[in-house]
Ligand binder design. Sequence first.
Ligand code: DQA
Length: 143
Amino acid sequence: KHVLVLHGPNLNLLGKREPGVYGSVTLEEINGNLANLAAEAGIKLTAFQSNAEAELIDRVQQAVRDGVDFIIINPAAYTHTSIALRDAFAAVELPFIEVHLSNIFSREPFRSKSYFSDLARGVISGLGAKGYELALQYALTSR
Ligand code: DQA
């Protein structure tokens, strides 16, 4: 099994970025924790962060060639804007979970709209860094 974890724009700043909203855990800590869990479970895990829409789209397309069978993605602000990244998921037909650190439904109204949720296997929003862990647990047991 190969799980790809994709992090969208500004998530490289986690830990320093609006800690009241996003928490104090850094992206390195999140990825390190996921890598440990994946190693324990004996699966392959690749993590990738980009601030560029095109790079995220390329990684989704590349996932098929790389033999990825499940994606965990926090599209960050592209959640609310990117039809192009959404279309990449529709094209590759890989199962994915949409994760948000914050509860996007308890914030500004523009964050309540996601271009991904209807295509996602499921959505985890508001559980902080724990959300990634829960998503990986699901990915381990599903196909
Ligand atoms: C986010 C929520 C988005 O609205 C925001 O643009 C982000 C992070 C989250 O993880 O809570 O960058 O996806």
